[in-house]
Design a binder for this molecule. Structure first.
Ligand SMILES: NC(=O)c1ccc[n+]([C@@H]2O[C@H](COP(=O)([O-])OP(=O)(O)OC[C@H]3O[C@@H](n4cnc5c(N)ncnc54)[C@H](OP(=O)(O)O)[C@@H]3O)[C@@H](O)[C@H]2O)c1
Length: 225
């Protein structure tokens, strides 16, 4: 496989290089430093991303039908962009503050039967936009198929680490897009996965370089277009 130079790629090239596989397709986009830190000194992924990562991030956003994000990430990163439908995944069902005043249908919540904020979230987002998909945890395979039935067949997850781990463990993630920035941070930072052990092989499909930043496209397990 040839190493691609980001500076030589147009936006149309990126759209083609990152074309999704057979639908429904779910990919997860994550970033870390060379020593594995998934957050910067500010405790957010924004503390380590750079222009190269932003270009691929924007490509993946442009291509997807909807963005799926863990409630922890939506809270920490103060998510508020709903230019693509945003699907929150959380056991408690709480909608973060910055997403409470969004147009109807722009935010969906995937949660569990006993979610403490279920009634409030149904009132806030509309009952059709609250997906109850499990008792103690969200059944992520069902989430993928329910979203596909709604026309969201190409899904982009932006993490975070617990959600990535669960998506991989449950065989729901088809692809990982991982940016490695040329920095070392040491200290205590999460990795791009968190939670109980998993052991899933990945197949490298694409590698792009930009001034030492590596942008990889990997298929998860046996998933391939
Ligand atoms: N480097 C990167 O690419 C990247 C990407 C994203 C986030 N981050 C960083 O990661 C940190 C957040 O980590 P995190 O692990 O807490 O993020 P996370 O996976 O987004 O959030 C965990 C929360 O999401 C919900 N959740 C996840 N999986 C679930 C499942 N299968 N079923 C039901 N609910 C589920 C739960 O929410 P409830 O608590 O509501 O039940 C859980 O507490 C932040 O510092 C953020 O900046 C880094």
């Amino acid at each position: 496989m040839d190493l691609q130079r980001l500076s030589e790629l147009s936006d149309a090239d990126l759209d083609s290089l990152y074309a999704p596989g057979s639908l429904p397709w779910l990919r997860v986009n994550m970033i870390s430093t060379l020593d594995g830190a998934a957050t910067g000194p500010d405790g957010r992924s924004g503390g380590i991303n750079n222009a190269a990562d932003k270009r691929v991030f924007q490509t993946l956003r442009r291509l997807c039908d909807a963005v799926v994000v863990g409630a922890g990430t939506a809270r920490t990163e103060a998510y508020h962009d709903v230019s693509k439908p945003l699907v929150l995944v959380g056991r408690s069902g709480h909608v973060p503050d910055r997403l409470r005043d969004t147009p109807a249908g722009s935010v969906l919540m995937a949660t569990c039967e006993g979610a403490e904020a279920l009634d409030e979230t149904r009132a806030l987002l509309g009952a059709d936009n609250v997906l109850v998909l499990g008792q103690q945890r969200v059944d992520l395979a069902r989430l993928k198929s329910v979203l596909a039935e709604r026309g969201f067949t190409h899904l982009l997850s932006e993490g975070g680490p617990h959600l990535l781990r669960d998506l991989v463990a449950e065989g729901v993630a088809d692809e990982l897009d991982w940016t490695v920035v040329p920095r070392l941070l040491a200290g205590d930072h999460p990795r791009i996965t968190a939670g109980p052990p998993v052991d899933v092989p990945l197949q490298l499909a694409l590698l792009i370089e930009a001034e030492g930043t590596l942008l990889g496209r990997w298929y998860v397990g046996e998933h391939a277009p």
